[in-house]
Design a binder for this molecule. Structure first.
Ligand SMILES: [Zn+2]
Length: 442
């Protein structure tokens, strides 16, 4: 008898499925002789952010994504090959156990993205998904999660140091109103996106509303980043991209946040797909490195990687937020080879209920092709789930015109690939010395 995933759910958050994974103990394959060990932080610190002090406040009009390190080699135009050497890692300070951990919360907003990054002194949000069907309100789920979070972390005074919108689609911007209409108010200090959306973007209103908030509110930083703003192979940063520094008085961690991709102003068809304009972020918390890829698709991934052909180590990460909800076209073998992820997280919804519109069911997410790339024996996920799980995998989405239903199959997943549709809310705790712990809701 087939058992619905719903029937397996256990009430209460983070009840089951706790895995402790030692990132520092499992080196990913070296990509070149000069590669840093996996999990180290090869991006050098930007001068003004290094050192002690409170989180940087950003001034409005921080309009240029500065290189993370002015001495880092040029990234070059797309299709160019830069030749200079990669910047060396910054030295990591000692930190207390208290301040030594961050948590990436992959909130189950159904079919859509919403990732809350929690640090000892600050929080930021990447995307505000998600699903908006009769069954799932991503907005309600985001609101509930944030309210519980700010209750637990009352020290943060309902403040998000930044809100990043990867691209202007509704499954990423649909919860902006949750932020802007919160009572009591949620304070947003910085907004990062790919610049004003086109008039036909499905999530354009949410993004425009957040941009208006940033532009109309004194002291709020804003940056719309284009890929052409990113000039070195260590990515770009600025006070808007990386407003967080939890290192004070010689203790704590200053996470290094860099943008590796943004809006592609190119006269090619793929660049007209907003998915390929996704802001791609690298977050290095000491030796624990996360890569957040929005919804970038195969053509955008190829151009992005090619523009880093001189040195792709900035993509080397422990945890990969899989692009585009695990769609067939969202995770290429070349990207997996550049990332060599230990853990992957897919923000797709529960595909069991046969919703007719924007849902994991309709799209057949996550797709077997993406999972096969992630399971590549040479470059793919090396760590294991605490116990294997039978999961539902799409082999094709619903036909866009004739409505032929999607197809699914069932795999036993033993590698450390997690999906909100399989696992509910997912939280990954990362210490600055590279210990990763995964907690899932179901
Ligand atoms: Zn999406």
């Amino acid at each position: 008898m087939r058992v619905s995933a719903n029937a397996l759910r256990v009430p209460g958050l983070l009840a089951l499925g706790i895995s402790i994974l030692l990132a520092g103990c499992q080196s990913a394959p070296m990509r070149s002789e000069t590669s840093s060990p996996a999990g180290s932080a090869p991006i050098a610190s930007m001068g003004p952010e290094a050192g002690d002090g409170p989180p940087q406040s950003s001034s409005p009009g921080d309009a240029v994504g500065e290189p993370v390190d002015a001495n880092a080699p040029a990234r070059g135009e797309i299709h160019d090959v830069a030749t200079a050497e990669f910047a060396l890692p910054a030295g990591l300070p000692e930190a207390t156990a208290d301040a030594n951990t961050m948590v990436a919360h992959f909130i189950d907003v159904g079919q859509g993205d919403a990732i809350l990054l929690e640090f000892s002194c600050a929080a930021m949000l990447i995307d505000t998904g998600g699903e908006d069907t009769a069954r799932v309100s991503g907005k309600d789920r985001l609101q509930t999660y944030l309210e519980e979070f700010f209750e637990r972390r009352s020290d943060l005074a309902r403040t998000l140091q930044s809100v990043v919108l990867s691209h202007p689609h509704a499954d990423h911007t649909g919860g902006v109103s949750v932020l802007l209409e919160a009572e009591p108010a949620i304070v947003i200090m910085n907004v990062l996106d790919g610049g004003p959306p086109s008039s036909h973007a499905s999530g354009g209103k949410g993004q425009r509303d957040l941009e208006a908030y940033a532009n109309d509110t004194e002291g709020v930083g804003y940056l719309g980043i284009a890929e052409s703003d990113i000039r070195t192979v260590s990515g770009a940063t600025s006070k808007v991209i990386d407003p967080i520094n939890c290192r004070r008085g010689g203790v704590g961690v200053d996470p290094k946040i860099a943008a590796l991709w943004g809006r592609a102003d190119l006269d090619v068809a793929w660049a007209n797909n907003a998915n390929n304009d996704s802001v791609v972020l690298r977050v290095a918390f000491g030796k624990s490195v996360f890569l957040f890829t929005g919804d970038i698709q195969a053509e955008g991934i190829a151009a992005m990687l090619e523009s880093y052909s001189a040195d792709q180590r900035a993509f080397n990460a422990d945890v990969l937020k899989v692009a585009h909800h695990g769609s067939h076209n969202a995770t290429t073998a070349a990207l997996v080879a550049a990332v060599t992820p230990k853990i992957a997280v897919i923000q797709s919804g529960d595909s069991w209920p046969d919703d007719e519109r924007f849902s994991a069911y309709a799209f057949g997410h996550p797709n077997a092709t993406a999972l096969t790339n992630l399971l590549d024996p040479e470059n793919g996920i090396t760590l294991a789930r605490d116990q294997p799980k039978q999961v539902r995998v799409g082999t094709k989405g619903r036909h866009p015109t004739n409505g032929t239903p999607p197809d699914f199959t069932y795999w036993t997943m033993d590698k450390a690939i997690y999906a909100n549709g399989w696992d509910g809310n997912i939280a990954i705790k990362a210490t600055s010395d590279g210990v990763l712990t995964v907690e899932t809701e179901y």
